[in-house]
Design a protein around this ligand. Structure first.
Ligand code: HEM
Length: 445
């Protein structure tokens, strides 16, 4: 059989190749090429082999069918400095074992216990927001505050309120420095004591100490807890009876903290922006929340009934997927879509562009939650819409996140409305996650 050819390539700068165009303007570059080269194409770069995979069938192949050949790419090594060998950053048998241990903590029945935490945190936050009525706020920071508290309390129970802010702050510092390392190839290695590297180390040490203290205290505590830490601590490997060590617990808690708060905050931020841009939507959300909740706090049973709220959240994540790109690296040569993908290539899956593909979505740029009515979305390819990824590495917190967002939106929408401050520029900032470059300045009404 003849050896398959390499995928078509995008020409670019004589020295840096088209990898430079991607680095300078990722959304523009990927958008421009999304209909030009078919399902798979290659960037010219002397430094890295880079391949873009943008066809739902081929994405399924990479993330699901042949997932063993596709490990996490470079960015995850960098995150490993902070997260250790947590679920997001580990591979192979170690990952599989950890995933098996952690999975039950995220089952729907287990999430029941978390709804109360979500409601309490949202209520506390709404009291803070009440004092800001009539003022301009950065909604992305506000949402970060809510989701940080929700994930913090879901992990460690209610007695950690005072440390949540401190952990959030240090985590932000460590995360920003990690992002800088991912996006700036000229950043000095971590062992060189630059001010940034020293700060990063200090933040990680502080986070280590806080997490280890909590774990140590909990090991000695005989009281009953209903939080994620307790579930992770009690989880036992069915075959070997093995449980997580303190170090593993630390890595998983750090991972859940990080993976669980910014992504959700971004989705909520984009949702408030979308409903402000589409004023009819706010009424639909409010009507549903009033009908379902009738002035009560949400309970697990209500979450299922907040159907339009779910659809609006899903549609927001179609247009603004917080994880806007998914990266992989292949261990061995492979044939994808009839083309040769050489071992150790960096594959990029452009979720943002695929979610806006006009061949898949009618009026793709338009915000229309109706697309996500259950019977309609069922007809779409599994990998036409995948804000939580797919295959075995599917986001473990997907149900948690959806439930959390439904609770926050339904509770807030009956009391508040955010309106974009006129003239505030909404510019995409596609780093590791899809942020808004200048935040989201909105008036609280
Ligand atoms: C809107 C919110 C969220 C989005 C868009 C999101 C998105 C994603 C995506 C795309 C992945 C797969 C990455 C890849 O395959 O390379 C992932 C993995 C993961 N997410 Fe989420 N996530 C969200 C919320 C959460 C929450 C709330 C938690 C925890 C409470 C969480 C914990 C994790 C973990 C631990 C992984 C790694 C799973 C594994 O590889 O086994 N995420 N997430």
């Amino acid at each position: 059989m003849p050896t398959p050819q390499l995928p078509p390539s995008v020409p670019g700068h004589w020295l840096f190749g088209s990898g430079l165009d991607l680095a300078l303007n990722p959304i523009g570059f990927l958008g421009k090429n999304s209909k030009k080269y078919g399902g798979i194409y290659r960037l010219t770069s002397r430094f890295k082999k880079m391949v873009i995979v943008q066809d739902p069938d081929l994405v399924k192949y990479v993330l699901q069918d042949n997932n063993k050949n596709y490990i996490k790419s470079f960015g995850y090594d960098v995150l490993g400095l902070l997260l250790g060998k947590g679920l997001l950053t580990s591979e192979g048998d170690f990952w599989r074992k950890q995933r098996r241990l952690a999975q039950p903590a995220f089952h729907r029945e287990r999430l029941n216990a978390m709804v109360q935490t979500m409601v309490t945190c949202t209520k506390e936050y709404m009291e803070v927001l009440e004092k800001k009525r009539g003022q301009q706020v950065d909604v992305s920071k506000e949402m970060m505050h809510v989701t940080l508290h929700i994930v913090g309390k879901s992990l460690f129970g209610s007695n950690v309120t005072d440390i949540v802010e401190a952990v959030g702050k240090e985590m932000d510092i460590a995360q920003e420095l990690a992002i800088e390392r991912i996006s700036n190839p000229f950043k000095l290695p971590v062992w060189i004591p630059t001010p940034g590297n020293i700060q990063e180390k200090k933040s990680i040490q502080m986070l280590d100490k806080v997490m280890m203290d909590i774990i140590e205290k909990r090991r000695k505590d005989t009281a009953h807890y209903d939080d994620l830490l307790q579930m992770l601590m009690e989880a036992k490997d069915e075959d070997t009876g093995e449980q997580m060590s303190d170090r593993q617990l630390r890595d998983e808690c750090m991972t859940i903290f990080l993976a669980g708060h910014e992504t959700t905050a971004l989705a909520l931020t984009w949702l408030w922006y979308m409903v402000d841009q589409n004023p009819a939507e706010i009424e639909k959300l409010r009507t549903e929340a009033e009908q379902v909740l009738q002035g009560r706090d949400p309970e697990m049973g209500d979450v299922m009934k907040l159907e339009y709220t779910r659809m609006a959240i899903e549609e927001t994540m179609r247009l603004y997927p917080p994880a806007w790109v998914i990266g992989r690296r292949n261990v061995e040569d492979d044939t994808v879509g009839g083309y040769l993908v050489k071992a150790n290539s960096n594959l990029l899956i452009p979720v943002y562009q695929m979610h806006r593909d006009p061949d898949i979505w009618e009026n793709a740029e338009q915000f229309d939650p109706e697309r996500f009515r259950k019977d309609k979305i069922k007809e779409k390819h599994r990998f036409a819409y995948f804000p939580f990824g797919g295959g075995p590495r599917l986001c473990i917190g997907n149900n948690f996140a959806l439930m959390e967002m439904q609770v926050v939106v339904a509770m807030m929408v009956t009391r508040f409305r955010f309106t974009l401050v006129p003239g505030h520029p909404v510019v995409l900032d596609p780093l590791v996650t899809l942020r808004s470059k200048h935040g989201m300045k909105m008036l609280v009404e």
